[in-house]
Write a protein that binds this ligand. Structure first.
Ligand code: HEM
Length: 756
């Protein structure tokens, strides 16, 4: 009997495995292929996962640095296989993610049908709830049917615009806290600093979500955020093994870590809920999102465990949906503004004109058209959510295709957002102007612009995130000038959201004019009074302090040192970006100097000795060859390219013309200051020339050229601070000499200039 039961179970399991791993996928593939939907050949168990992995690894090697952030094809590094497959199989094709069959759709008409379909038979993919259960549970992001509708009904009203307007005070507060910490950092580093902005922006958006939705401050939610991020990283490691049956039950290191984190996060959220219940002994009219979730949890739930799961899953969903997405959008937006100074200034001018020194409020941010255009463009090029996915929970028809039950439909946002057929030839360029007449004016099919999704599952938090972005970015632009740090490496990566793979480094400095004024402080005071958080007192002090005028940089430098040096190959060599060439030059110069200066060798002797040796070798080689091979050695004819010589001669002529121009200008007797500078500089060089031979001087200059810019780039902030002090001192000394000596000299034009 026992044997019979065991045999039935084993056969049942084998049949189930055979059905889900072989029969079902094949049936779905066949049904699609019959309708002309083809795609890459899937492998047993893995589908097309290996090809996808390989393609991603190849794309990862293509990274670029901050100087070349002008093409923004982030799909090419995050989802490169789709471009290849689309070229091969067309806009609608199928592929397999493990044993999940997916239809890729970027055909605008079909995209419209899918995204706006209101039937509950089209839902979120069921594999997501299974594979990312630890991260998302059965919350609003992954659930389907009536359960999803119930959750949406509870959460949506809490994020309507009128509710979001009530959150503006705390968004301002969180933004000012962030600005204050950056301001302190920049001041401490002498007015200009490279800041890794992504962790700070995450902190900002986490702070807002935590306060806006859960009434707790960031310090309480901090641990949850940290753990959720680790959990998210662990989940994204599994993205390419998604769909392999049973893999989520294997007690691998990654899975064990995931399970432990899930447990800890659940405990932390339930602790906040307990505190909330205790503190709300008397029910109040003002309900926040957590309150609504707690009330919603009691409807149709019969066990404590299902109530707890409902609360925890929805809290996690809101944290996840609103925290990373807003933070990465702000990160990309600031990167784009830093790389495009003209747009940066345009938006800054607009903010100054609208806000007039006040902290932006709901009415002001509504008027910020240029900023809206920049945010739209940033979300077009770097949409945090790269794929909108659905599953046919019953057989459905879209376009000409009948989609069998269980097939997933993927709409690739990065592809749709950058398709030149939809957006024009500059589709990979940053051009916010395209949004001057809104989304309808920007492209032929406005429904394909979907950073927040479209249709019944459109993002619930888009009002809140746009308010956050506008307040934060407008405040940042009034306070700091942004440029791309030379150390920034541009490599968008997909970790559930599209984020900068190596973090985001922005060079920040205080802007030319300080715009956040006295009235801002009054507003800020009001905002802080509104919010009784004690942690903001330090922020308040920081903003009350008078803000420095623009810091001076040596050589009037506002650009990165690499750009100041011309930004080309020479700059690369001087800053040791081409280590081999720089090292070779320094070593070569040292050898030459040592040879001639220390060992007493002479240049003419060296040239003669080298010629003797090479002529002797060639002479014997030619004779030997005639003797052995019975043929002459053909020596190569050396012809120097005319173009290079011409360029060299022209450069020399230009330099000579420039020097003679300076000589004439100084000698003309019109500018005493220039004359004194020239005499003083020549006098210094004449003294230095007495100490060293000409060769040593050339050698020292080479060494300085190969070291000073390199160290200046590294320690520029400190050097600028001392340089500024030295320049101030020199100016002071000069004005004293001017007042006590020069003005008393009987030279007519000095007096004239003083009167002027
Ligand atoms: C720039 C920031 C944001 C972006 C780009 C973004 C994007 C998206 C996208 C693409 C979806 C999926 C739509 C679909 O599957 O069709 C979504 C869903 C959602 N988002 Fe956002 N989101 C952002 C911020 C927020 C914020 C701040 C919150 C909450 C406070 C939030 C809450 C949600 C929720 C609850 C859903 C699920 C809606 C549903 O399935 O019914 N999002 N978001």
């Amino acid at each position: 009997m026992l044997l019979a039961i065991t045999l039935v179970c084993v056969f049942g399991l084998l049949f189930h495995l055979y059905n889900s791993l072989i029969t079902k996928p094949r049936k779905l593939q066949l049904a699609l292929r019959k309708q002309g939907v083809i795609g890459p050949q899937p492998k047993f168990l893995l589908g097309n996962i290996l090809e996808m992995k390989k393609s991603c690894e190849a794309a990862k090697k293509i990274v670029s640095n901050g100087d070349v952030v002008d093409s923004h094809n982030c799909g090419a590094t995050t989802l490169p296989f789709f471009d290849q497959w689309q070229k091969q199989y067309g806009e609608v094709f199928m592929f397999s993610f493990g044993n999940t069959q997916i239809v890729h759709v970027t055909q605008p008409e079909m995209v419209r049908e899918i995204t706006t379909c209101t039937s509950l038979d089209l839902g979120k993919p069921t594999y997501q709830a299974k594979e990312r259960g630890s991260l998302l549970g059965n919350g609003i992001l992954t659930s389907n049917g009536h359960f999803w509708a119930h959750q949406r009904k509870i959460l949506a009203p809490e994020l309507y615009m009128d509710k979001v307007k009530g959150m503006i005070n705390l968004v301002q507060d969180s933004a000012l806290t962030l600005l204050s910490s950056w301001n302190n950092e920049i001041e401490a580093r002498g007015g200009i600093a490279d800041i890794k902005i992504d962790p700070d922006l995450r902190r900002f958006s986490g702070d807002v979500i935590s306060k806006a939705c859960f009434g707790s401050n960031f310090s309480k939610g901090e641990e949850i955020f940290y753990k959720l991020r680790v959990l998210q990283k662990a989940s994204s490691k599994r993205v390419l093994s998604t769909g392999i049956p049973g893999i989520r039950y294997v007690p691998s290191k990654n899975n064990r870590e995931t399970w432990a984190l899930e447990k800890e996060i659940k405990a932390l959220i339930l602790k906040i809920v307990k505190e909330k219940r205790r503190s709300e002994a008397a029910p109040s009219d003002q309900k926040d999102l957590l309150q609504m979730v707690l009330e919603g949890a009691t409807i149709n739930m019969n066990t404590q465990n299902s109530i707890d799961n409902f609360i925890v899953d929805n809290c996690k969903n809101i944290y996840l949906a609103g925290y990373e997405t807003t933070a990465v959008t702000a990160t990309w937006c600031l990167m784009l503004l830093a790389a495009n100074p003209i747009w940066q200034q345009r938006v800054r001018d607009e903010v100054v004109q609208i806000c007039k020194g006040q902290i932006p409020d709901a009415d002001m941010i509504r008027q910020m058209k240029q900023l809206t255009m920049v945010i739209n463009e940033s979300l077009r090029l770097y949409p945090p959510v790269a794929v909108i996915s659905r599953e046919a929970l019953k057989e459905m028809k879209f376009g000409e295709i009948s989609v069998p039950k269980g097939v997933n439909l993927w709409t690739i946002v990065t592809t749709l957002h950058t398709d030149p057929k939809i957006w024009g030839n500059d589709s990979y360029k940053f051009n916010p102007q395209r949004f001057a007449n809104g989304i309808r004016g920007a492209c032929e099919f406005p429904h394909v612009y979907m950073p927040f999704g479209v249709g019944p599952r459109v993002c619930l938090g888009q009002n809140l995130s746009i308010v956050e972005l506008k307040i934060l970015i407008s405040l940042i632009l009034t306070k700091f000038c942004l440029s791309i740090s030379p150390k920034y490496v541009h490599s968008p990566a997909l970790n559930l959201v599209i984020e900068p793979g190596h973090g985001e480094l922005i060079k920040m400095s205080n802007p030319v004019e300080e715009i956040v004024g006295e009235s801002t402080l009054e507003n800020k005071q009001k905002a802080l009074n509104h919010n009784d958080s004690s942690s903001s007192s330090t922020t308040d002090d920081d903003f009350r302090r008078p803000i420095d005028k623009k810091k001076c940089h040596l050589f009037d430098r506002h650009k990165p040192i690499h750009s100041t040096l011309g930004g080309g190959k020479l700059a690369d060599v001087l800053l040791w970006r081409k280590k081999k060439i720089s090292g070779g030059l320094l070593a070569g110069a040292t050898v030459i100097w040592f040879l001639f200066e220390c060992s007493g060798y002479h240049l003419l002797t060296l040239i003669c000795h080298s010629l003797i040796v090479s002529l002797a070798i060639l002479f014997f080689w030619s004779n030997l060859s005639l003797f052995v091979n019975k043929s002459f050695v053909e020596l190569p004819k050396i012809e120097l390219p005319e173009e290079i010589w011409m360029r060299f001669v022209l450069l020399l002529r230009d330099q000579c013309t420039c020097v003679s121009g300076i000589f004439r200008e100084v000698a003309s007797g019109n500018d005493l200051k220039k004359f004194l500078y020239a005499i003083f500089s020549l006098w210094i060089v004449s003294i230095v020339g007495r100490w060293f031979s000409f060769l040593t001087l050339v050698y020292l200059t080479t060494v300085m050229l190969l070291t000073v810019p390199f160290f200046y780039e590294k320690y520029g902030d400190q050097v600028d601070t001392y340089g500024e002090m030295a320049i101030k001192e020199l100016r002071k000394q000069y004005s004293q000499v001017d007042e006590k000596v020069l003005q008393k000299l009987p030279i007519p034009f000095i007096k004239d200039s003083k009167q002027e």
